[in-house]
Design a protein around this ligand. Structure first.
Ligand SMILES: Nc1ncnc2c1ncn2[C@@H]1O[C@H](COP(=O)(O)OP(=O)(O)OP(=O)(O)O)[C@@H](O)[C@H]1O
Ligand SMILES: [Mg+2]
Length: 207
């Protein structure tokens, strides 16, 4: 049975690639103008490595993570790479994702990002989108929502997280060199994480 994981990653890749210039522009303002370029290059390599008939979600996520780790430089390559690899571990051998699997994926990805990057919420990073998204997702599922409803709410929380990054000072990564001047700018990694979640939602809606 095809699990749809290839289609889901295709959607993520398309969304990141379509927003390549936007992400790079955001990184020009508070970083080194490479986030969109890094991410689009990474996903181009991922899509080359994957084949449409692969259905083990864990194996595909692991391959995705390893490819991002090896092809994307800077901070985001290792961080996203670890997130996908850790998510792959919890999905090993699975061909379907149940509501609770997304909880486990969120938890594993966040733990991986934090282990690598040593950041917490409120430092103007991708975690400021992903952590609120995870919290909302878990709450919605426990309240009885289905995956699409819970992901819809999670995406909204992620977008709010991106807005929040405009109000705070960066204390991790290159943006931290700007200190107070980083205020007013949205974090590129929080933005790419939100796009990723939106692509997953698009995919789940299309199923
Ligand atoms: N320690 C960290 N933990 C979590 N996310 C981080 C961390 N450091 C940077 N990031 C995220 O990575 C994004 C920048 O990714 P990019 O692809 O531009 O890599 P980079 O240029 O090496 O990054 P940076 O200049 O921030 O070190 C930031 O917007 C932020 O969301
Ligand atoms: Mg950068």
């Amino acid at each position: 049975m095809a699990s749809g994981i290839y289609e889901c990653l295709s959607k993520i890749s398309e969304k990141i690639t379509a927003n390549k210039d936007f992400l790079t522009e955001l990184d020009r303002e508070i970083g080194d103008s490479d986030h969109g370029i890094n991410m689009a290059r990474g996903f181009a390599a991922v899509m080359e490595k994957l084949s449409p008939d692969e259905s083990d979600i864990g194996a595909v996520l692991k391959k995705t993570g390893m490819t991002l780790l090896s092809k994307v430089g800077g901070a985001s390559g290792p961080l996203y790479g670890t997130a996908y690899m850790e998510a792959g571990k919890v999905m090993a051998g699975k061909v379907e994702a149940a509501p609770e699997d997304f909880n486990a994926i969120f938890d594993a990805a966040i733990a991986g990002i934090q282990k690598r990057g040593k950041a917490v919420k409120g430092e103007k990073t991708m975690l400021d989108a992903i952590i609120p998204a995870k919290e909302t997702y878990a709450k919605k599922i426990s309240d009885g929502a289905n995956i699409v409803e819970a992901l819809e709410a999670a995406c909204k929380s992620a977008r709010e997280g991106v807005e929040y990054t405009k109000t705070i000072i960066a204390t991790k990564g290159r943006a931290s060199y700007l200190g107070e001047r980083s205020i007013g700018h949205q974090d590129p990694g929080a933005t790419s994480s939100t796009l990723t979640l939106e692509a997953i939602l698009d995919y789940m809606k299309s199923k």
